[in-house]
Write a protein that binds this ligand. Structure first.
Ligand SMILES: CC(C)(COP(=O)(O)OP(=O)(O)OC[C@H]1O[C@@H](n2cnc3c(N)ncnc32)[C@H](O)[C@@H]1OP(=O)(O)O)[C@@H](O)C(=O)NCCC(=O)NCCS
Length: 214
């Protein structure tokens, strides 16, 4: 069974890998979600093949060429959305690795905290509590190694975080995730978080969840 302990500097590379791989594992779901959220993309999914087919059949006429060109232009929209989002996600990963994750012990000083889950000497999961005020803290950086998921590792990390947030007098722990991260949403709701706000940004649906400790 995995054990949860506080982060040590020697864990830094593994934590970077856990975070980067966790984000990469979500990339396809997030891109698909963004594509579905683009206005008109569902219509263009039907229109593109139809226009392309009709256009290709009468390619030599000017109207056929126009239809084919329109189909290609419409198909470019989801491709552009995917490329833009992928590049934003990679920017976010690289920013995070150079921000709090570059200086974990300093950034997550008490009453904040950073934990790892260890199994047979290997770090297989991590999460952090960032204290924003005496009352309010945020859950961040939850990630579990792909081959170790669905074994209760994140639940254990979450329970440790909740116990610490209570012990340090926080009354609320919030977090932000997206619709594309379905296992994460299920995990947080299982641990008692509830949704307080949903909004769209950069084609993604963001969810703010809160847990009351008072
Ligand atoms: C989200 C994540 C951390 C869950 O880690 P995990 O160790 O597999 O989760 P656990 O095994 O502790 O699951 C705890 C509960 O979460 C829910 N859950 C976790 N994964 C789930 C899945 N794939 N589908 C449905 N529910 C899931 C279940 O309710 C589960 O309880 P149960 O097994 O008793 O039903 C993991 O999938 C992950 O690292 N994902 C990539 C990174 C990420 O998205 N991080 C969150 C950033 S906001």
């Amino acid at each position: 069974m995995a054990q949860v302990r506080h982060f040590r500097d020697a864990d830094k590379c593994t934590v970077h890998t856990l975070f980067t791989n966790g984000m990469k594992d979500n990339t396809n779901a997030l891109i698909w979600e963004a594509i579905k959220n683009v206005p008109g993309v569902k219509v263009s999914c039907l229109a593109v093949p139809t226009l392309a087919l009709v256009g290709a059949r009468s390619f030599r006429s000017s109207s056929g060429f126009t239809l084919l060109f329109t189909a290609l232009a419409a198909a470019a929209v989801p491709v552009a959305v995917a490329v833009t989002l992928w590049s934003s996600l990679m920017d976010y990963v690289s920013h995070s690795l150079n921000d709090d994750l570059n200086n974990i012990l300093d950034f997550y000083k008490h009453p904040s905290a950073f934990w790892v889950a260890e199994l047979n000497g290997e770090v297989v999961g991590c999460t952090a509590l960032q204290s924003h005020s005496a009352d309010v803290a945020e859950l961040r950086r939850m990630s579990v190694k792909a081959g170790m998921r669905r074994n209760g590792v994140a639940k254990m990390l979450g329970q440790t975080l909740i116990a610490h947030a209570k012990a340090t007098g926080h009354k609320k722990v919030y977090l932000v995730t997206t619709s594309g991260q379905k296992p994460a949403l299920a995990l947080y709701k299982r641990l008692g978080w509830y949704e307080t706000k949903v909004w769209q940004s950069h084609g993604l649906t963001f969810h703010r969840l809160e847990l009351d400790l008072a």
